[in-house]
Ligand binder design. Structure first.
Ligand code: PLP
Length: 317
């Protein structure tokens, strides 16, 4: 039994930041297992890591997927009795097993652990997923104790319970393997960890035109902003197609050298307009920073830290 290793949740293209950009760093930093959600996510990962270290969280819902797992040499997470049966019928072999200890998404129920089909699986990682680890909630302790009893009733090489927030709950939750995602990409799962986690994604966007508004001029679709006085503005190559959703229109701002530039009017698909009053020297071709420290960005726009990462579009280089 190995002890104290870290796996990495790399699903959804590494939470939107890009498999090619992130996975080599995570691998070189010592991540031991790599978790994706979909079978379609496997191929991009095999360029960087040993297929035997790749797990597919959604499991095989058809014989074709079980065959694919075998051919690609990746490991399915078994989430139900029917998946267990399918995996064994396709030839069986090493797999992981998800137990539902209270989140009620994927996983077999604790009562099913003693089912003969489950007992016949060759289980590497026995896992469960915490529902409320980002808050102090009774369910955390309940899930931990249910997970312990399940682990006592079925053979596995390793046990894994904690996501990013779960790691912060202390050593009792760590077992042999942890499965952080959010925290690897700069998200702060619990406030007490803020000092230990640095921002990872620093999105920027370019000014593609500057102009001077006259008092009374409107900006953008539906003319929702009207200039109170003459003002310099910049048209920026950033829009909701890049994941800068309309929820940012209220309170959104970009930054340049410590100058704060308010977003004016509605956010378009490919463009926004920002107030250059605080930095009138800025010109076409200059790059602006999106304030993307995830906890504060989340407070401003109302999206979760997870959403802020995964909405980032393909046009960021
Ligand atoms: C996404 C996911 C993780 C990672 O969760 P974070 O909250 O991002 O750390 C871990 N385990 C499972 C099963 C997941 O689906």
């Amino acid at each position: 039994m190995s002890s104290g290793s870290t796996g990495a949740a790399v699903k959804a293209d590494c939470y939107g930041l890009g498999v090619d950009a992130c996975v080599p760093s995570l691998r070189d930093a010592g991540a031991r297992e790599f978790f994706v959600a979909h079978w379609s996510e496997v191929e991009a990962l095999t360029k960087h890591v040993d297929p035997a270290k790749i797990s597919v969280l959604h499991g095989p819902i058809s014989p074709l997927e079980a065959t694919f797992a075998r051919q690609a040499g990746v490991v399915p997470v078994i989430n139900s009795l029917s998946q267990a049966k399918r995996w064994i019928e396709s030839g069986g072999g090493s797999c992981h097993l998800m137990i539902d200890t209270g989140i009620h998404r994927l996983g077999i129920s604790p009562a099913e652990v003693t089912d003969p089909i489950i007992q016949s699986l060759d289980i590497d990682i026995l896992m469960s997923h915490l529902a409320c680890a980002d808050e102090d909630h009774l369910l955390n302790g309940e899930q931990l104790s249910t997970f312990r009893s399940c682990a006592a009733a079925v053979r596995s090489n390793r046990r894994s319970l904690a996501n990013s927030a779960g790691i912060c709950l202390g050593a009792d939750f760590h077992f042999e393997l942890t499965r952080p995602g959010l925290a690897l990409y700069g998200g702060v799962p619990r406030a007490e960890m803020a000092a230990n986690i640095r921002q990872v994604a620093f999105p920027q966007a370019a000014i593609i035109q500057t102009r001077k508004l006259k008092a009374g001029d409107h900006v953008g679709y539906n003319a929702t902003f009207t200039a109170a006085q003459d003002m310099p503005v910049g048209v920026v190559s950033l829009g909701y197609a890049d994941g800068y959703l309309r929820t940012w229109a209220r309170g959104g701002r970009l930054e340049s050298d410590g100058n704060s530039l308010n977003v004016l009017g509605k956010i378009s698909m490919d463009m926004i307009v920002v107030d250059l009053t605080n930095a009138p020297h800025l010109k076409e071709g200059d790059w602006l920073d999106l304030p993307y420290a995830l906890p504060s960005a989340s407070q401003i726009c109302g999206l979760s830290q997870y959403e802020l990462l995964t909405v980032l579009g393909q046009r960021f280089g």
